[in-house]
Design a binder for this molecule. Structure first.
Ligand code: ZN
Length: 236
């Protein structure tokens, strides 16, 4: 009688441990803290931790911190259920990788352009990407920036994930420049870089890359043009 009782108690204790894994490896926790957005829920953080831990136990030899962090960024991006810190994850995944979920198209664009606009200005080359919506929910995803030229960006190069609806594109207008490509200041700019071009707005009006277009500018302003309302607004 007493033996049955002890066995039952032990089984219950094991069950309790299995239901709430410790998730107490400081190395995995550190990677989660680095890559996962502070806005993520505890369940999302736990899921991220389990993805990271799974990467290493699946391998025979321990991974270096750098390799584990890079693989974790890719795994978390591919999972598409965990909000990320864009500035940490974007440099570790292939250009054109969709990151998210975000609660809105604007939130996705602002987060990504906060990362991509300084790169566009520093290189004095346009960059950009696409924004998608998951048709089953209200979750938005934005691709990490791919490169353009001094005065153009081709959205056609951006990979489009299966099963997602294209809603918008974004691009960065590089630095203030003369038409020969040399840098200048705001007064000397020959591209009207702080505003949409007429061609930018036509792109949204035609709707092939979504009916909304975003631009980040050398002034630091982010603008949105919505073909549905013909409104051109600063959103940051
Ligand atoms: Zn433009």
């Amino acid at each position: 009688m007493s033996i049955t009782s002890i066995a039952g108690g032990a089984a219950a204790a094991i069950g309790a441990v299995a239901a709430t894994p410790a998730r107490d490896d400081p190395r995995y926790a550190q990677i989660v803290d680095t890559l996962v957005s502070p806005d993520a829920t505890q369940a999302q953080r736990d899921h991220a931790y389990d993805l990271v831990a799974g990467l290493e136990t699946a391998d025979d030899t321990p991974l270096t911190d750098a390799v584990l962090t890079e693989r974790a960024a890719q795994a978390i991006a591919d999972d598409r259920t965990i909000p990320v810190v864009v500035a940490e994850v974007a440099p570790l995944v292939a250009p054109g990788t969709a990151l998210g979920p975000f609660p809105s198209s604007d939130a996705a664009a602002i987060d990504m352009m906060t990362y991509s606009n300084p790169l566009s200005i520093a290189a004095n080359l346009e960059n950009g990407g696409l924004i998608f919506r998951d048709p089953d929910g209200n979750h938005f995803f934005v691709t990490t920036p791919m490169g353009g030229t001094l005065d153009g960006f081709d959205p056609g190069q951006v990979p489009q994930p299966d099963g997602m609806a294209l809603v918008a594109c974004y691009h960065g207008h590089a630095d203030y420049s003369k038409t020969d490509g040399s840098r200048t200041d705001k007064a000397g700019d020959e591209f009207n870089s702080d505003h949409f071009s007429a061609q930018d707005k036509r792109l949204a009006d035609r709707g092939f890359w979504g009916s909304v277009i975003y631009v980040s500018t050398p002034s630091g302003d982010f603008r949105k043009y919505d073909a549905a309302t013909r409104q051109d607004t600063v959103i940051n």
